[in-house]
Design a protein around this ligand. Structure first.
Ligand SMILES: Nc1nc2c(ncn2[C@@H]2O[C@H](COP(=O)(O)OP(=O)(O)O)[C@@H](O)[C@H]2O)c(=O)[nH]1
Ligand SMILES: Nc1ncnc2c1ncn2[C@@H]1O[C@H](COP(=O)(O)OP(=O)(O)O)[C@@H](O)[C@H]1O
Length: 206
């Protein structure tokens, strides 16, 4: 499917810094809107229903799956997470760029449905730094941190399947890289539209 708005997908192991990077990008670029996912996990810290996630019971998630309400969903760290159709379709059809913070399984599903989506993987600079970011964030119990670190090895092996990889060592540098990719994606869309218009014209069908 082809829409005027761009879909930007950001995936990373827990603690690599994707939420912080996406937040910084949203503050810099008013054309981008976040997709708010549904999850069956409980809210942590300052998270608010409808802002970071729609926190829903299992039964509500089941009902949405049955009603075909998700463009993708997956099991991650023992919970379920999904992107509702409502979170993206109308907005990209109207020309907004929508950014999704989802796991690699969801990213692959999105690419199948939206071939023009740009897939970005965020890596931490080292295992030590990943662990210390999870510990410093101070939101997860020790066993939750261990599960997330265990899953990080599986997740990071998927980085090669993404269009771009950003190493989030210096935060400002990583924000700049993210911004550059989004801008390049916009230019790519414009270039495609222009190329198509030229072809149409040369065929005398414009
Ligand atoms: N497939 C899929 N994954 C999601 C979605 N929303 C969040 N996730 C992923 O689920 C994982 C856990 O997210 P979260 O519990 O917020 O922890 P965090 O990674 O430490 O911020 C992360 O990899 C998210 O990117 C979604 O709608 N679909
Ligand atoms: N480049 C960076 N250098 C140091 N700390 C960072 C950097 N990027 C993010 N952090 C910190 O690491 C922790 C995890 O970041 P967060 O954005 O919550 O990760 P994720 O959404 O990938 O789980 C947070 O405390 C955040 O402030």
């Amino acid at each position: 499917m082809d829409y005027p708005g761009n879909l930007i997908v950001v995936a990373a192991p827990s603690g690599a810094g994707k939420s912080s990077l996406v937040k910084a990008l949203l503050e810099l670029d008013a054309q981008i809107q976040p997709s708010v996912s549904h999850t069956t996990r409980a809210p942590r810290g300052q998270e608010k229903h409808g802002r970071e996630y729609f926190f829903v019971p299992d039964a509500d998630f089941d009902a949405m799956v049955a009603a075909n309400g998700f463009v993708e969903w997956a099991h991650v760290h023992g919970r379920r997470y999904g992107t509702s159709k409502k979170a993206i379709e109308d907005r990209i059809a109207q020309g907004a760029d929508v950014i999704l913070e989802i796991d690699f399984q969801g990213a692959m599903q999105i690419k199948k449905t939206f071939a023009n989506a740009v897939l970005i993987f965020i890596l931490p600079p080292s295992w030590e730094e990943l662990r210390s970011r999870l510990e410093r964030r101070g939101e997860d119990a020790p066993e939750v941190i261990e599960l997330r670190l265990k899953n990080a090895a599986i997740e990071m092996a998927q980085a090669r399947n993404f269009d771009f990889v950003i190493i989030n060592e210096l935060f400002d540098r990583a924000v700049f890289d993210l911004k550059t990719i989004v801008h390049a994606q916009r230019l790519k869309y414009l270039a495609q539209v222009r190329a198509r218009a030229d072809t149409f014209k040369s065929l005398h069908i414009l």
